[in-house]
Design a binder for this molecule. Structure first.
Ligand code: SF4
Length: 303
């Protein structure tokens, strides 16, 4: 088989995988309904380009009608290449809006030198996007966070926030006016990196603002990447855990009525067994990865 054919096959397989993952997330969480007008937020990074590309593909074959509108917020960071997104979006023939708001100056003025600016910048950006969604009459706002962003957020909340909380695939905005969806919730970042290479998206660098990256997030990201290399299947299992929550085996009295427990009461997820292979309801995909790697020797202890 020629190299070209191999590359085409790989690209087709990847495209199918991405479409399935996005289609499953849309179905599982009821992300898109008949008549929706979805504002697809584009930053110029690989994730949002991929999200738009996949949603446009799904729209063609979807059994329901919905509209897509691409929106980019030009935050006036020095050196932001203003021509890239309009040229790309013109080529796609999709309705798009570039919103110009100088949040860069606000952030620079308010945040002390040397401190990370991302928290304020994101809050300002989110507020503007909500306003624009309302002006455009959009019913949903689509953000390009993927599976690995969701897991990273879960660990950040556990490590630094004392909460078992990740990033929801679908939520109501703080002002209650919008539904925010994350159609890439089931998509691996690795697949998005490859997809961006294959599609040759005109990526806009994300360091134009000169902000320091969020170091804690970076550390968690590296930890997950390391686990993924050393313990194949672990990331899949962890994400699966987010979808198999057992309140009776956690310790939050608001989620489970521990005080009201009665002798003889049957718990929906079993009683005394904290970890039991039979109880482990990982998807078959995860189990087959784990089984195929069971001969790999893992370091002793709890890492
Ligand atoms: S990296 Fe820059 S543009 Fe992005 S959120 Fe942080 S401050 Fe804002």
């Amino acid at each position: 088989m020629s190299e070209k054919t191999k590359a085409e096959l790989e690209a087709n397989k990847l495209m199918k995988r991405l479409r399935h993952a996005v289609g499953d997330a849309i179905n599982d969480f009821g992300m898109i309904e008949q008549g929706d007008k979805i504002m697809v937020c584009l930053s110029g990074g690989k994730d949002s380009y991929a999200m738009l590309d996949i949603l446009m593909g799904l729209k063609k074959s979807a059994p329901i009608d919905f509209e897509l509108v691409a929106v980019n917020l030009d935050q006036k960071q020095p050196g932001f290449p203003t021509h890239i997104l309009p040229e790309y979006l013109e080529g796609l023939g999709i309705e798009y809006h570039i919103i110009e708001e100088d949040t860069y100056s606000v952030v620079k003025r308010v945040v002390p030198e040397g401190k990370t600016t991302c928290a304020l910048c994101s809050r300002l950006r989110r507020g503007i996007l909500y306003r624009v969604a309302k002006e455009l009459g959009c019913t949903k706002i689509a953000l390009g966070h993927h599976r690995d962003d969701i897991l990273e957020t879960m660990f950040l909340n556990m490590f630094f926030g004392g909460k078992l909380k990740a990033m929801p695939p679908k939520l109501v905005s703080d002002n209650g006016e919008h539904i925010v969806i994350r159609p890439l919730a089931y998509v691996k970042e690795k697949d998005l990196v490859r997809f961006a290479q294959i599609r040759e998206f005109p990526i806009i660098p994300c360091n134009l603002c000169g902000s320091q990256p969020n170091l804690q997030r970076q550390v968690v990201k590296e930890m997950l990447e390391d686990w993924d290399k050393r313990f194949p299947g672990r990331i899949e299992s962890m994400f699966s855990a987010l979808q198999n929550v057992v309140p009776s085996h956690l310790a939050d009295p608001e989620l489970f009525d521990f005080k009201g427990l009665q002798r003889g009461q049957e718990l929906p997820h079993g009683g005394d067994t904290a970890f039991d292979k039979e109880e482990f309801k990982a998807p078959s995909k995860v189990i087959s990865i784990l089984d195929s790697r069971s001969k790999i020797s893992e370091p002793q202890g709890c890492d």
